[in-house]
Design a protein around this ligand. Structure first.
Ligand code: URA
Length: 310
């Protein structure tokens, strides 16, 4: 379920006088946009202050216990919220960017790097990852999740790690956040079948959808670098804080990194990269859709011929 954000300034149906055609078209346009972004439920005409009547046990708008429903999808919401909290003081003080972080080097990293470098094609890379036994994630996950979409497409999307649905079906972004992602892409005229190529930082689902550890990210990073080289996109869209941290080595959270084209480091291919919010975060934080929309416009402009500023 994806709830419509209130359409500001929209009169309630009860109060509506007969409207002229332009007014009606403008309202329909707003409604169409909400539907395109996946809203399938209208909660109320007027906003409701739920803090004013907060129950002692935290309940979601539909009455569900948020502590039990806190992790239905992959971990982006947690990382993003934590990142936002971490970023706040620095953002307020206008602190300059801190240097990039270095991920720990796990024992099997050089084996992963050798396997990745030896893969001449995407199929060979998939085989190499499937055969790589340096991570316990392979034992707990069900299916390798390698990629979806069109290899060679100009835009490569990189997410965090498979969730339950992805683990079952062996494709990235096929759960609730994937469905939102498809609608987001459609809103700028893109489809996964035709225009983009998708993968994740981790090819195996972490148990219980937990956030990938730094060691896991570092272990699979050589495969991701090789994946980018073989898929040969023109630019990459980094979905969420884990992808941005892994590929940019950035200390800042995604809320500070998003909305600006930057470049991958040379070892990742040096391509233009646009960090943006993870769709799972948008499912939990509908107000952030505005920022995600602004990022999609930046992507659309580059696809329409503008040079990425970075
Ligand atoms: N979240 C991700 O980051 N990747 C997926 O494939 C699904 C959910």
């Amino acid at each position: 379920m994806y709830r419509a954000a209130p359409l500001r300034g929209t009169p309630s149906l009860r109060d509506m006088a007969p409207m002229d055609r332009a007014e009606r078209d403008a309202l329909l346009e707003l409604l169409r946009l909400q539907a395109e972004w996946g809203a399938d439920e209208c909660l109320a005409d007027a906003p409701l202050d739920r803090f004013a009547a907060a129950p002692s046990r935290p309940l979601a708008a539909d009455g569900a216990d948020v502590r039990r429903s806190a992790r239905p999808e992959r971990g982006a919401p947690r990382s993003e919220a934590a990142a936002a909290a971490q970023d706040a003081p620095a953002a307020a003080a206008g602190t300059p960017r801190r240097p990039a972080i270095a991920l720990p080097v796990p024992p099997d990293a050089s084996r992963a790097a050798a396997l990745a470098a030896g893969a001449p094609t995407l199929d060979a890379l998939r085989e190499a990852i499937a055969g790589f036994d340096g991570s316990a994630l392979r034992d707990t996950a069900t299916t390798l999740v390698f990629s979806d979409g069109v290899p060679g497409a100009p835009t490569m999307l990189i997410g965090e790690a498979p969730g339950a649905e992805e683990d079952r079906l062996g494709k990235p972004f096929v759960g609730a956040s994937g469905r939102l992602l498809d609608r987001m892409l459609a809103s700028i005229g893109l489809s996964r079948e035709r225009d983009v190529y998708l993968t994740n930082i981790l090819p195996w689902r972490p148990p219980g959808n937990r956030t990938p550890t730094d060691a896991e990210i570092a272990l699979f990073l050589p495969f991701v670098h090789r994946h980018i080289a073989l898929a040969s996109p023109r630019h990459v869209l980094l979905l969420g804080g884990v992808a941005a941290k892994a590929l940019l080595g950035a200390r800042e959270g995604i809320t500070r990194l998003r909305g600006r084209w930057t470049r991958l480091p040379p070892e990742a291919g040096g391509l233009p990269a646009l960090p943006t919010l993870h769709p799972a975060y948008l499912l939990r934080t509908p107000a952030a859709k505005r920022d995600a929309w602004a990022d999609l416009i930046l992507l659309r402009r580059v696809l329409d011929g503008a040079a990425p500023p970075a």
